[in-house]
Design a protein around this ligand. Structure first.
Ligand code: ADP
Ligand code: MG
Length: 871
C-alpha cells in the first residue's frame, strides 16, 4: 500500500467503503475499473482488460468505458445483478491543485436504477424492504423512478408471516429486496423466492436495525411531526421496514429524494388476495409457456395510452377490489365512455399526448433532467385543460366531479413556456436553452455576441482595404481564438501592426490589437451566456420541483382516467357487458367466454357457457369430460371473469351477476418445480395445503386434476378427501375438473356438490368437441382418441385400446369401489372379505364362459397374493 501512487491510494480508500459494488472511477473522460472489478466488468461487458501502473513495480488490471456512453454499461451490469458505485471528480481537474477530489455520488442497484432506456415503461421497478421476527413482519417498497412508496405489516406466527410475504412479493415482483438476518434463516423459503422472483438480495444486520431510531428518520424524510399523518403510528413492523428502506435509499442514492412525498399504508385484506400461483396459473401478466404479455389477460385489457395508465392497470390487476361501491364507481365511468364512443376517442387522443409525468417528476427530483424533459412536461400539461373540458362538457356527474379536481397547472406551464425554447439541445451546459425575453442580462449578452459578429465583419473589410489583401479572412479556432489568415502569396502586403501567431503550410495567421479587443468581448459574452443559461435552467428546475406533489396528484387522476378509458375501449371492441355485483355469494354468468382463448382459437368459434354457483346447493362442481374438451378453459374463464368484475372492468358474457369473492385460488396443471428440489406431487400438495389453510366460504377455488402426480389409488383418495373437506368444512365455491369419474358419486353424498360434464359427440372412431357444459357426468376420458388426433400412429393407438380394455376389465371393481371403502372407513379385514364375496357374488354361473371363469380366478388369486404381501 505504501508505495502506491497517490491516485491509487485514493482509489483503494474509496473501494474499501464500497466492497460489494463495482466502482466506476472517473478519470478524465473515462470511468475506469481496477483489480477484481476490472476482471468482472471486462467479462460481463465484453471490453478489453488492460493494465495500469499503480506504484512500485505493481500493475493493476484495468478496464474502462467512455463517460458519455457510461449509462448503457452501468445498466448492463445492474441488469446482470451487480451494484455500481459511481465515483466522480468533485472538482474541475483543470483548476484543481494536486490530486483531484473524488467520491461516490450514487450507487446504482437493480431496485434503484433510473435509466429509462432499460426500464419497461408500463411496469414499476420496485425495491422492497422486509423486516421479520418471531411475532410479525413489515414490508415496505418504493419505485424510485416515480416516487411511490407503500407499506403493510402482519402480526402472527412465522408461518403466517412467510405466507404473507410470499403473496405480497408475488404481487410486487421486486427486482431487489433488503432483508434482515432472521428472514434469511429459512433457507428453503429464500430459495423459493429466488427461483420464483429472483431479486437481488441485500442483508441488514439485526443489531444495526434494533439500534436505530427509525421513527425519527421517517418523520424527517416526510417532514412531519407525527406518524399518524402517514397512517403508521402503531405499526411497529411497518416503521422498521420503512425506516430501513429510506436508510438504504439515502445510502445508495445520496440525494434528498424529494419526490417520495407519501407513504401509503394498506391492509392486503382490503383487496382480493391472489397468491403467486394463482397469478401465474391464470396467466394474468404473462403466459406460462412463453412468459410473454401477448396471450395474457393484461395483453387483452391493456389499451392504455400513457405509461402511467399502464402501470396503474397492472396494480389494479394485482389488487382487485372487494368493496362493491368502489367497483361500481369504476364501472360507471367505463359505462359513460362506452355510451359515448366519441368522447371515449377524444379522451384517448388527448391522453396520447401526455408523457410519463410520474417518471419525469422523478427525474426532476433526482436532478438529472434536461431542458427537453421540461419541454415534455410542458407539452403534457398543455393537454390537461383539454382533458378537463372534455370531461366537463360530457354533462355526466361522475366526469364533472373528476374534472373539478384536476389541477390545470397553468402556472407550471407558463413558467416553462416563458423560459425554455421549444427544441432545446440535450446538454444543459452549452447554452441555447433559454427563450429571448425571459432574462434581461442574458438578452444583453446575446446582443453583444451578435453585435460582435458584425464588428468582426466590419473589421475584416476595413483591413482588406487598408492592406490590399483581397482574400484576407478572419478565422476562429478554440485554441487560438480569432485571427487574420494571410496566404503565402500575400505575405509581402502584411503591415507591421499585424502580429504573427502561427505559420501553416500555405498561410500564416496574425492578430491585431483591435481584433483581440473584439474577441474578448465576444468570448466573454459567450462564456457568461452559458453560465447564466445554466443558472436559469437550475432555477426553473427547482421551481418545477417545488410543484412535485401537485404534478403527482394530477398524474394519478390521469392514470385512472386512462385505465377506465382503456376498459371502455376493450369492452366496446370485444363485446363485453357490465356485470351486476352482489354480496350474496352468487356467481351467475350467462354465456360467459374466456377473454384470451376466444381471441386465440383460429378455426373454431368460441362456445360460450353458463355458470351458476352459490353458497348452498351449488357450491362445488365436479367437472368430468374428455381430454381437450374445454374443462380447464371453462374453469379459468369463471375465475378470470370474477377477477375482471372486481377490478371494475366489463366482462365477456351476455349477462352476469358476480358475487364478490375474497380470494381466488387455483391449482392448475402439473407445473413442475424440480429446480426447487421438489417433485411435482409435492408441489401440488403444497399448493393444495395452502388453499385449504387460507380459503374461506367467500373464496373461489379452481382445482384442475388434483391428485394426478401419484398412483391412481392414492390420487383418487386424496382428491376425494379434499373435495369432501372443502364442501363440508370450508364451503368455498369450487370448480374441480377431474378424470377420476368416481368423484361424481359425491353429488349423491354431499348437499352442495353438482356434477358437470362437457358434451362430445362420437362419430364412429372420431370424437367431436361440442364445448358445451351440461349437468351430468361421464366416465370416459377419451385419452386414446385425443392421442390419435394428435397424430400418434395406429399401431400404438390399437395397442393402447387393447391394453385399456384389459386394464379396465381387471381393475374396474377396485377403482370403482375404493372411495366407498374410504367413506365407510372399512378395516383391511372387512375390505378383504367384501372384495372376495362381492366378486364371487357377481358371477352368474349359468352364463359364464370358461375363459371368463379363468380370468376371474386369475384376478382373485392375484388380489389374494397382493393382500397377503401387504399383511
Ligand atoms: P381440457 O382441460 O378439458 O383438457 P382445455 O380447457 O385445455 O381442455 O381446452 C382445450 C382446447 O380447446 C383449448 O386450448 C381451446 O383451444 C379449446 N376450447 C376450450 N374451450 C373452448 C370453447 N368454449 N370454445 C371453443 N374452443 C374451446
Ligand atoms: Mg385441462
Amino acid at each position: 500500500m505504501s508505495n502506491l501512487t497517490p491516485m491509487m491510494k485514493q482509489y483503494m480508500k474509496i473501494k474499501k467503503k464500497y466492497p460489494n459494488t463495482i466502482v466506476f472511477f472517473r478519470l478524465g473522460d473515462f470511468y475506469e475499473m481496477f483489480f477484481d472489478d476490472a476482471i468482472t466488468a471486462s467479462k460481463e461487458l465484453e471490453i478489453t482488460l488492460t493494465q495500469r501502473d499503480c506504484g512500485g513495480d505493481k500493475k493493476a488490471p484495468m478496464c474502462g468505458v467512455p463517460h458519455h456512453v457510461s449509462d448503457s454499461y452501468i445498466s448492463k451490469l445492474v441488469e446482470k445483478g451487480y451494484k455500481v458505485a459511481i465515483c466522480e471528480q468533485l472538482e474541475d481537474p483543470s483548476v484543481a491543485k494536486g490530486l483531484v477530489k473524488r467520491d461516490v455520488i450514487r450507487i446504482v442497484t437493480p431496485g434503484t436504477i433510473t435509466d429509462l432506456n432499460v426500464l419497461d415503461e408500463k411496469s414499476n421497478n420496485y425495491l422492497v424492504s422486509i423486516y421479520l421476527d418471531d411475532i410479525g413482519i413489515g414490508i415496505s417498497y418504493v419505485d424510485t423512478t416515480t416516487g411511490e412508496m407503500y407499506t403493510t405489516e402482519y402480526i402472527g406466527n412465522k408461518e403466517g408471516s412467510y405466507a404473507f410475504v410470499l403473496d405480497e412479493l408475488g404481487k410486487i415482483y421486486p427486482s431487489e429486496i433488503i432483508v434482515n438476518n432472521s428472514f434469511m434463516q429459512n433457507k428453503k423459503f429464500v430459495r423459493s423466492i429466488e427461483t420464483r422472483i429472483n431479486p437481488f438480495i441485500n442483508l441488514y444486520d439485526d443489531n444495526f436495525i434494533t439500534q436505530k431510531d427509525w421513527e425519527k428518520l421517517i418523520l424527517s424524510h416526510f417532514n412531519i411531526n407525527n406518524l399518524n399523518i402517514i397512517g403508521i403510528k402503531d405499526k411497529i413492523y411497518s416503521i422498521i421496514s420503512t425506516g430501513v428502506l429510506i436508510d438504504y435509499l439515502y445510502d445508495t442514492q445520496k440525494s434528498s429524494l424529494e419526490h417520495i412525498t407519501q407513504l401509503n399504508y394498506y391492509e392486503p385484506k382490503e383487496y382480493m388476495i391472489l397468491d403467486i400461483n394463482t397469478r401465474i396459473n391464470l396467466e394474468i401478466h404473462e403466459t406460462i409457456r412463453s412468459r410473454e404479455k401477448k396471450g395474457s389477460l393484461i395483453g387483452i385489457l391493456d389499451k392504455t395510452s400513457t405509461a402511467m395508465g399502464g402501470r396503474l392497470l397492472k396494480k389494479w390487476l394485482e389488487q382487485p377490489l372487494i368493496n362493491i361501491n368502489e367497483i361500481k364507481k369504476r364501472q360507471e365511468i367505463v359505462e359513460h365512455f362506452v355510451d359515448d364512443i366519441i368522447l371515449m376517442d377524444q379522451v384517448k387522443n388527448c391522453l396520447r399526448g401526455i408523457y410519463d409525468l410520474e417518471r419525469l417528476v422523478g427525474k426532476i427530483s433526482y436532478g438529472n433532467c434536461n431542458a427537453r424533459d421540461l419541454v415534455s412536461l410542458k407539452i403534457s400539461i398543455e393537454k390537461i385543460p383539454e382533458l378537463k373540458n372534455l370531461l366537463l362538457q360530457s354533462g355526466q356527474k361522475n366526469f364533472i366531479e373528476l374534472a373539478m379536481i384536476i389541477d390545470p397547472m397553468k402556472d407550471v406551464y407558463d413558467l416553462i413556456d416563458k423560459s425554455i425554447i421549444d427544441n432545446p439541445p440535450i446538454s444543459i451546459k452549452e447554452g441555447g436553452l433559454i427563450k429571448e425575453g425571459y432574462n434581461q442580462d442574458l438578452d444583453e449578452l446575446k446582443r453583444a455576441s451578435i453585435d460582435g459578429k458584425q464588428w468582426l465583419a466590419k473589421l475584416e473589410s476595413k483591413e482588406k482595404e487598408n492592406t490590399g489583401i483581397k482574400n484576407l479572412r478572419i478565422g476562429f479556432n478554440k485554441k487560438s481564438g480569432y485571427f487574420f489568415e494571410v496566404t503565402k502569396s500575400n505575405l509581402n502586403l502584411v503591415p507591421d501592426y499585424f502580429i504573427r501567431k502561427q505559420t501553416l503550410t500555405n498561410s500564416e495567421r496574425f492578430i491585431t490589437k483591435e481584433l483581440k479587443e473584439i474577441e474578448n468581448k465576444i468570448i466573454g459574452a459567450e462564456d457568461k451566456m452559458i453560465e447564466i443559461e445554466y443558472m436559469i435552467f437550475q432555477d426553473i428546475r427547482k421551481r418545477v420541483k417545488n410543484e412535485t406533489y401537485r404534478i403527482q396528484k394530477v398524474s394519478k387522476l390521469i392514470s385512472q382516467i386512462d385505465v377506465l378509458n382503456s376498459f371502455a375501449q376493450v369492452a366496446y371492441e370485444n363485446n363485453y357487458i357490465k356485470p351486476q355485483l352482489n354480496d350474496k355469494g352468487i356467481i351467475h354468468i350467462v354465456e360467459g367466454r374466456h377473454p384470451v382463448v376466444e381471441k386465440t382459437i383460429e378455426n373454431e368459434m368460441f362456445v360460450p357457457n353458463n355458470t351458476y354457483l352459490d353458497m348452498d346447493s351449488n357450491r362445488v362442481q365436479i367437472i368430468t369430460g374428455p381430454n381437450m374438451a374445454g374443462k380447464s378453459t371453462y374453469m379459468r374463464q369463471v375465475a378470470i371473469i370474477t377477477l375482471m368484475a372486481q377490478i371494475g372492468s366489463f366482462i365477456p358474457a351476455k349477462e352476469a351477476n358476480i358475487g364478490i369473492v375474497d380470494r381466488i385460488f387455483t391449482r392448475i396443471g402439473a407445473s413442475d418445480n424440480l429446480s426447487q428440489g421438489e417433485s411435482t406431487f409435492m408441489v401440488e400438495m403444497n399448493e393444495v395445503s395452502n388453499i385449504i389453510k387460507n380459503a374461506t366460504k367467500n373464496s373461489l377455488i379452481i382445482l384442475d386434476e388434483v391428485g394426478r402426480g401419484t398412483s391412481t389409488y392414492d390420487g383418487l383418495s386424496i382428491a376425494w378427501a379434499i373435495v369432501e373437506y372443502i364442501a363440508n368444512e370450508i364451503k368455498a365455491k369450487t370448480l374441480f375438473a377431474t378424470h377420476y369419474h368416481e368423484l361424481t358419486e359425491l353429488e349423491e353424498k354431499i348437499e352442495g356438490i353438482k356434477n358437470l360434464t362437457i358434451l362430445v359427440e362420437e362419430r364412429g372412431e372420431e370424437i367431436i368437441f361440442l364445448r358445451k357444459i351440461i349437468e351430468g357426468s361421464t366416465n370416459r376420458s377419451y385419452g386414446i382418441e385425443v392421442a390419435k388426433l394428435a397424430g400418434i400412429n395406429n399401431k400404438i393407438i390399437d395397442r393402447a385400446n387393447e391394453v385399456l380394455h384389459q386394464i379396465e376389465k381387471k381393475h374396474n371393481f377396485a377403482i370403482d369401489q375404493k372411495p366407498d371403502k374410504l367413506d365407510k372407513q372399512l378395516s383391511v379385514d372387512d375390505y378383504k372379505k367384501e372384495y372376495f364375496i362381492d366378486k364371487i357374488n357377481k358371477i352368474d354361473v349359468s352364463k359364464i364362459t370358461p375363459i371368463e371363469a379363468i380370468n376371474i380366478l386369475y384376478d382373485l388369486s392375484e388380489e389374494a397374493k397382493r393382500l397377503k404381501e401387504k399383511a
